[in-house]
Ligand binder design. Structure first.
Ligand code: CO8
Length: 260
């Protein structure tokens, strides 16, 4: 059942969405993709959800990529539909109007690494292993991997990893800048929640606009990027939250932001 594909937990502004197919290494079958897609679309309009964490159930895997068993039985048309769905879903995650943290608790291969790449921040267990292994299956990283990996770690290393399909451990992923932080496996979720709590102290509209300015600005020249930044700033000026930030500073207290 599609509803069982995800485990969802909400706590004070942080929603943790856990891919829940641990016996299949949380591989992305159609049902899981559709469940995640529906969840992400719902989160966009949930003002009470301010940070999202995407994790994998079990101790072994974040996500082993596309479900290769399901894929083996698909027609060409179904494969095309799958690819269309996964690509749009990952772009939807990248463009989500709130920060998304990937909790990479184990293997993240193929589409699993591509899912992590679509998130804003990646925190890995020291047992994690990541890689874009698709070329070994005679396909390419087609869920954003050929675009997002070089933008994150540079084209030379990205080409090396994509051409060889080599897996990297958490330490190498950290050295490459593929992950932001590495934690012991049993401390992974608390590392992610700690990061989420720090983010929760920021104004939600500021976060949305900062993410937008970074994502869109990086895709263009600096002059256009600075214009994007400027427009994003204008959006924060008439907000109640901006005045609340100034008032809280004056009154030496923590601000209470409402996303207004
Ligand atoms: N799909 C389906 N089932 C999987 C997958 C998978 N990707 N990965 C693991 N499983 C299943 C295994 O079949 C096994 O099930 P069963 O017990 O029923 O046989 C169970 O999970 C446990 O797996 P293993 O016994 O193999 O466990 P190991 O710890 O020995 O190995 C690995 C774990 C390393 C994850 C290994 O299973 C493996 O290499 N899996 C394949 C990983 C891979 O190549 N992923 C990339 C797939 S391609 C992709 O993601 C493309 C996405 C972009 C698509 C859009 C553009 C084309």
């Amino acid at each position: 059942m599609a509803e069982d594909m995800l485990a969802v937990q909400e706590q004070e502004g942080v929603m943790t969405v856990t891919l829940n197919r641990p016996k299949a290494m949380n591989a992305l079958n159609f049902d899981l993709l559709r469940a995640l897609d529906a969840r992400i679309r719902d989160i966009r309009f949930r003002t009470d959800v301010r940070v999202v964490i995407i994790a994998g159930a079990g101790e072994k895997a974040f996500c082993a990529g596309a479900d290769l068993k399901e894929r083996a039985g698909m027609t060409h048309a179904q494969v095309k539909e799958y690819i269309y769905t996964i690509r749009n879903l990952f772009t939807e995650i990248e463009n989500l109007n709130k920060p998304v943290i990937a909790a990479v608790n184990g293997v993240a291969l193929g589409g699993g690494t591509e899912l992590a790449l679509a998130c804003d921040i990646r925190i890995a267990a020291d047992t994690a292993s990541m890689g874009l292994t698709e070329t070994r299956l005679a396909i390419i990283p087609g869920a954003g991997g050929t675009q997002r990996l070089p933008r994150l770690i540079g084209r030379a290393k990205a080409k090396e990893l994509i051409f060889t399909g080599r897996r990297v451990d958490a330490r190498e992923a950290l050295d490459l800048g593929l992950v932001n932080q590495v934690c012991p496996p049993n401390g992974l979720m608390s590392c992610c929640n700690k990061m989420a709590e720090e983010i929760l102290e920021a104004g939600p509209i500021a976060l949305e606009q900062a993410k937008y300015a970074i994502n869109k600005g990086l895709e263009t020249d600096i002059t256009t990027g600075l214009s994007i930044e400027s427009n994003a700033y204008w959006i924060t000026i008439p907000t109640q939250d901006r005045l609340e930030g100034l008032a809280a500073f004056r009154e030496k207290r923590k601000p209470v932001y409402k996303g207004q």
